[in-house]
Design a protein around this ligand. Structure first.
Ligand code: ADP
Ligand code: MG
Length: 352
């Protein structure tokens, strides 16, 4: 009889380099068959409100948040510190009690079936809190036990290998680097094979190389069907990794849409033309594009890509006979959109 072990299913796995290992190791989470009727939304939140009580008075951390995270998406919850990201996640994970509203994880209402909802989600917490008395292998076994994963179905070695921790399986946490601890927490979150994986500020304090490895793994999980929700206050991160983004500030969701749609929202680009000789005035043909001289040799054109195609502008510049030395364009990025939205929301609220 031929016995198949998980490692035999590794395809195209180069033997060198940690990132290659992380990226190419097959990940079964998400690849396993899910319930026959999968929900359209991996997470569905309506009117979610959280008021923390305390000595310093009450604090509104979430203010009637509505949010839908489509199944299969790689979703970013983007917002500054204190926006309410961790609160939202911790409510979904059953770690914080909500004040009002409803929340469903994988179609399961957290009030009606808290255990079921918890089983559908794996959370990698913001804090690197790891029990120092257990090795990674022991930690995953305990976690599996807590989730009631039968011994025969546990994939401890496979998960450790997928996260590049096979060599550290029996090492005590104090010997693990920060990056290894972060990966161990990811491993811990995947033990019960949840269809929804949440990473709360996963790259805080993580070096660039590890960040790449982590993203490679997360992308792979996502390709295999796991819905990924990550919180971040790095715009770049959301822009690079995610396909859908919600912006949250002061407990309120300011927008939630596909990344490309969001980026197109600011339909504005700037074109800068460096001239090889001084120009005295803006050529008439360029006036209709709102061209302006920023200096004798610098001409800028602000345009809406949807209204004036780049080719048309370039043709007009060429026809004008200007001695062009160089042309550069700047796109609006998420940072612009983010600042616009948060400023507008704060103005509306009469806040500083
Ligand atoms: P984020 O994760 O986006 O940085 P948090 O959800 O941690 O934001 O916090 C949102 C708001 O709630 C902040 O104003 C924070 O100070 C407050 N807050 C968070 N946790 C608690 C708590 N346990 N008790 C009181 N206030 C809290
Ligand atoms: Mg947080």
């Amino acid at each position: 009889m031929i016995r198949m072990t998980p490692t035999q299913s590794i395809r195209n796995a180069p033997v060198t380099g940690m990132s290659a290992k992380l990226a190419d190791h097959p990940v079964s989470p998400g690849g396993a068959p899910r319930a026959e009727s999968e929900p359209a939304f991996a997470v569905e939140v309506k009117g979610l409100t959280k008021v923390y009580g305390g000595q310093g008075g009450e604090r509104l951390a979430l203010d009637r948040v509505d949010l839908e995270i489509p199944r299969g998406s790689l979703f970013a919850l983007l917002g500054p510190n204190g926006a309410g990201k961790s609160t939202l996640i911790n409510i979904l994970a059953g770690l914080v009690l909500k004040t009002a509203g409803t929340a469903r994880v994988w179609g399961i209402d957290i009030d009606r079936d808290p255990r079921g909802a918890r089983a559908a989600i794996g959370v990698v917490p913001q804090e690197l809190n790891i029990d120092p008395f257990f090795t990674p292998r022991a930690l995953l076994e305990i976690q599996a036990g807590m989730y009631g994963v039968p011994k025969a179905e546990r994939r401890t070695a496979e998960i450790l290998a997928a996260l590049g921790l096979a060599d550290q399986a029996d090492v005590y946490p104090r010997r693990l680097s920060g990056g290894m601890r972060r990966r161990l927490l990811v491993a811990k979150a995947m033990v019960h094979d949840p269809p929804v994986l949440v990473l709360d500020e996963p790259t805080a304090g993580v070096d660039i190389e590890l960040r790449q490895q982590l993203w490679a793994y997360v992308r792979r999980l996502n390709r295999n069907g796991t819905t990924v929700l990550l919180t971040t206050h790095y715009l770049e991160e959301a822009e690079q990794i995610c396909d859908r983004i919600a912006i949250i500030d002061r407990g309120r969701v300011l927008c939630c849409e596909d990344k490309t749609a969001l980026l197109q929202r600011i339909d504005a680009k700037e074109l800068t033309v460096r001239l090889a000789a001084d120009a005295a005035a803006v050529p008439g043909a360029l006036m209709r594009f709102g061209a302006a001289l920023k200096g004798p040799r610098t001409l800028t054109v602000h345009y809406r890509p949807s209204a004036a195609p780049m080719a048309e502008i370039l043709a007009a510049i060429q026809a004008s006979g200007l001695p062009v030395a160089d042309v550069t364009t700047t796109e609006s990025d998420l940072e612009d959109i983010f600042l616009q939205l948060t400023r507008a929301a704060r103005r509306e609220a009469g806040a500083p």
